[in-house]
Design a protein around this ligand. Structure first.
Ligand SMILES: Cc1cc2nc3c(=O)[nH]c(=O)nc-3n(C[C@H](O)[C@H](O)[C@H](O)COP(=O)(O)O)c2cc1C
Length: 209
């Protein structure tokens, strides 16, 4: 029930006031992001946490003219890998071994499964990898709301410019969305206290018995 209250409290915050969010709240949001499910558990993305004022201003000027970019407390940039290298998989499997020690036979089988999925998505590997980050977005927004931290997912930005500013292509990464975290400025946040625009549950849900 409380979670539904949190989700009703949350809205896409259109104007923030520059107030800092306590680090422990940010840490809990990031911990939740790390717990998001991802296809095959690969977590093939990075989250950049930007606090630097000048960098936020550069991003605002060159990649995304939306007010929360400069007035947020922490600017999260989610970036998915554009390719999965053998080295990436080696590191993933050494993590699995450290955590669960499932043995070589299991790992070989699972690696084949991953390779099969990558081949299956070969024509749109980037798209498949990018999709994974959106699950983490949902969780980040939910936990932020639970912490009474405002947020707004932003896809409306110049991807090429943002990737360039953050040197993402050098790391085989590409930005999927931005998530400013902060506190609303009621004078600028025209979405504040607006009723939610949502379908009736019956229009969204079809029960098949
Ligand atoms: C993937 C994604 C991208 C979005 N991009 C933007 C954006 O660029 N700018 C913005 O102000 N809102 C953006 N939004 C917010 C939506 O417009 C908003 O969530 C929707 O209108 C529902 O309103 P609510 O979140 O306040 O309930 C985005 C939301 C999602 C999930």
């Amino acid at each position: 029930m409380n979670l539904i209250e949190d989700l009703n409290w949350r809205h896409a915050c259109k104007g923030m006031n520059g107030t800092k969010v306590p680090q422990e709240k940010i840490n809990r949001i990031l911990e939740a992001v790390n717990l998001a499910p991802t296809s095959l558990g690969m977590q093939a993305f990075k989250v950049l946490v930007i606090e630097n004022k000048e960098l936020k201003e550069q991003i605002y000027k060159e990649a995304c003219q939306q007010q929360p970019i400069t007035e947020c407390s922490h600017l999260l940039v989610f970036a998915s890998y554009t390719e999965i290298t053998d080295r990436y998989l080696d590191e993933y499997f050494s993590l699995i071994e450290r955590k669960r020690n499932p043995g070589k036979e299991w790992c070989d089988k699972y690696r084949k499964k991953i390779e099969f999925f990558m081949e299956k998505n070969y024509n749109n590997l980037e798209g498949w990898l990018a999709k994974q980050t959106y699950i983490a977005l949902g969780i980040a927004c939910t936990v932020a709301a639970n912490e009474r931290v405002d947020s707004v997912p932003i896809e409306g930005f110049d991807k090429e410019a943002l990737n360039r500013i953050l040197n993402l292509p050098d790391k085989h990464l590409s930005a999927t969305f931005i998530l400013p975290l902060g506190y609303k400025d009621p004078a600028q946040d025209w979405m504040n206290n607006q009723p939610k625009v949502r379908k009736e549950l019956n229009d969204l849900i079809e029960v098949i018995r």
